[in-house]
Ligand binder design. Sequence first.
Ligand SMILES: Cc1cc2nc3c(=O)[nH]c(=O)nc-3n(C[C@H](O)[C@H](O)[C@H](O)COP(=O)(O)OP(=O)(O)OC[C@H]3O[C@@H](n4cnc5c(N)ncnc54)[C@H](O)[C@@H]3O)c2cc1C
Length: 400
Amino acid sequence: MAERCAWRQSAEPSAPLRIAVVGAGPVGLSLALQLRQLGSDARLLVYDAQPDAAAALADPRVLALSEGSRQLLDSLAAWPRAAATAIRRIHVSQHAPGLASLPRVTLDAARTQLPALGYTVRYGELLGALQAAAAAAGVEVAYGHAVQVRPQDGGVLLLDAQGRPLEQPPCDLAVLAEGGAFHNQPRRDLHHDYGQTALIGRLRCERAHDGLAVERFTEHGPLALLPQGADYALVWCVAERQARDLLQLDPAAQLRALQALLPAVCGRAVELRLAASYPLGLNARLRAREGRVVQLGNAAQTLHPVAGQGLNLGLRDSAVLARALLGVPAARLDGALRRHDLARLPDRAALLGLTDLLARGFTWSQPGMPMLRAGALALLAGARPLRDALQRRMVFGWRM
Ligand SMILES: Cc1cc2nc3c(=O)[nH]c(=O)nc-3n(C[C@H](O)[C@H](O)[C@H](O)COP(=O)(O)OP(=O)(O)OC[C@H]3O[C@@H](n4cnc5c(N)ncnc54)[C@H](O)[C@@H]3O)c2cc1C
């Protein structure tokens, strides 16, 4: 509360920025932490709609994070090392029963300079680590506030759910990291409903995973097995109607349906527990900024989970913005925000394009498509430089 009482509008052009972060999910918290760690003198207010910190930890999804994300979180003392499982190999293949020979691609950490290709961690464990690091760094989160924003007097006014001002005067900058809760607002450049649902859960296979992750493209959508503890975390994307049918089956029948799609490399599946489902869509803004309101993470782009890149991209958003804001007084803020928006465009656009192509391209059912997809996988399997380049980009992002 001390920081909030000290929040006063200043006519001084060199006064520290007053920044509101709307959403204390992984992206909003990592931005606040980086600003503190970099020594920013900005006055920060962080809001979240959840009733309290514990409620925000309940999300059951398991996230695959790249080595680049691990390094960032580690530097913020927010890497939940004990809860993370290393991904050492990734097996990519297609389920196409009509084709005799099916190419597959294997990415292997042993062929990189990295200890692992990535890591898996539960959303709740990651958020818990970020909450603890934020508390230790003096970042205060006001829970129970579903905030709205409105430009006013060259700044941004924060409003509560009933439209009453939360803070006066308006702040210099509002960073929306609310995970896409505002995506139903009129201005969004890219929107596509994939007509798919992601079913998530845990899968046990006879063969120990030994750090193996599996990305399998099926005609209904991609499915991923991520090593997590002793089991796999499953992300199974299927057509909406198929999801409804699957959820009505008993666990043994669900397991049989899944087994029919899996590659031999993970061995026989023995136990499946589905936990939650998420409708899948693409919602994005190419320019993630309107005046003094900036969108980060899923607020800027909600992607299909194929290739597990949403949070990795959001963490890079936060890292670039934190550096862009460093030492910038209110008088030079607009220029800094313009440059930041431009700098983020290549990385964001590349992943928007790639995930959209993968999510749609592997479900196209025109004659010859399975063969074409097999050809694309064969090309990737055979072209080592292409594979290495793709792997590097997935780990550290697309830079200018
Ligand atoms: C099935 C599935 C699997 C995925 N797997 C991966 C993966 O393997 N790897 C990966 O990198 N990404 C993955 N993702 C994407 C990843 O989950 C998101 O990119 C990430 O959670 C985005 O973080 P965020 O902080 O932007 O938003 P969120 O995690 O959604 O957090 C937003 C926060 O804002 C709060 N909030 C909402 N509205 C308001 C408001 N009006 N005012 C204040 N606070 C508000 C919410 O309470 C929440 O705490 C997956 C997504 C799905 C659905």
